[in-house]
Design a protein around this ligand. Structure first.
Ligand code: ADP
Length: 292
């Protein structure tokens, strides 16, 4: 008997069929660009289209975390969020299938500001999240914590600094971290649901201009972390903060906190890509030290 071996594409077609309770057979498979980390594809036939991300099996937990984040974002009814279709593992690969959305790079930025403010209105009693997740390829711990300064030092800055220190000489940072902790604790934000990795590559628009966000690293934290990242790597337009503030106030001291919050992302980039980001991290250590 000739038993034909299944491949990952047949496995994904089967998984989609099972989740949708309707037979799906890919007729066209198109490789997509734009992602940082995974291989992305559009699978389609005459009736349906799906967005698929594939990576090595070690990324299974990354896809699980992404699904949890997408579900949390979707529960706020603020942005259009891709629906999760299915996910799984086949041999040495992990995959995540999402609803395919036709995306545009430009759209209504007023609606974006309003949706972001609405997302941030979802709050929790503590800082953290239901599970750990990933920022790029690096683990992001989300253990629940009552204190924002503690959370940001213990689960954001310190793990990245330790990683960077292991291969680069960055000097003593204990005093700096103590000062940051104290500064953040004077601020006392509410734990808001944040996207957590809100750069231009994770924001798009529908044909009617309404905003879509994806690829999150969600947690409950200071809502300003998303604003800061938008200023660092985003399609940040003049007037955006003004629009946002019509719906959600920004407290004094944001311009200093912005440097602290973005320090985390620069450290993460230094740990992932090295190069100029290491120097930028060292510069930020001095800048923040002078600001506090
Ligand atoms: P990665 O995890 O590799 O960074 P992304 O989730 O950012 O991948 O997706 C890569 C690109 O695919 C995005 O920049 C976007 O253009 C597109 N994309 C993401 N989600 C969808 C979707 N649900 N439907 C259609 N295109 C999508």
């Amino acid at each position: 008997m000739n038993i034909k071996k299944m491949n990952i594409w047949q496995e994904i077609d089967n998984a989609i069929s099972e989740s949708q309770r309707e037979l799906f057979t890919t007729e066209t498979r198109e490789m997509l660009s734009g992602g940082d980390i995974n291989q992305a594809y559009c699978l389609s036939n005459k009736q349906n289209k799906y967005f698929v991300k594939i990576n090595t099996v070690t990324c299974e937990s990354m896809f699980l975390a992404e699904s949890q984040g997408l579900n949390a974002l979707d529960s706020t009814n603020s942005f259009r969020i891709p629906k999760i279709i299915t996910q799984g593992v086949f041999e040495d690969k992990a995959y995540l299938v999402l609803e395919f959305i036709e995306l545009k790079t430009t759209g209504n930025t007023f609606e974006f500001a309003k949706a972001l403010a609405n997302l941030h209105l979802k709050t929790h009693t503590n800082f953290g999240f239901e599970s750990d997740n990933f920022i790029g390829l690096n683990l992001q711990k989300n253990n629940w914590c009552e204190n924002w300064g503690e959370f940001f030092i213990n689960h954001r800055l310190n793990p990245q600094l330790k990683k960077l220190e292991a291969i680069n000489s960055i000097g003593q940072t204990t005093k700096l971290l103590d000062n940051i902790r104290e500064f953040l604790n004077q601020h006392k934000p509410k734990p808001s649901l944040v996207h957590g990795d809100l750069w231009q590559g994770n924001i798009s628009y529908l044909n009617d201009g309404m905003p879509v966000i994806y690829d999150p690293a969600c947690y409950y934290g200071d809502h300003e972390v998303d604003l800061a990242m938008l200023e660092l790597f985003g399609a940040h337009e003049i007037g955006f903060l003004k629009q946002y503030q019509k719906h959600h106030a920004i407290q004094p001291g944001y311009s200093i906190r912005r440097e602290i919050y973005n320090f985390y992302h620069i450290l993460n980039h230094a740990n992932m890509f090295g190069g100029g980001y290491v120097q930028q991290s060292l510069t930020l250590i001095n800048t923040i030290d002078h600001l506090l």
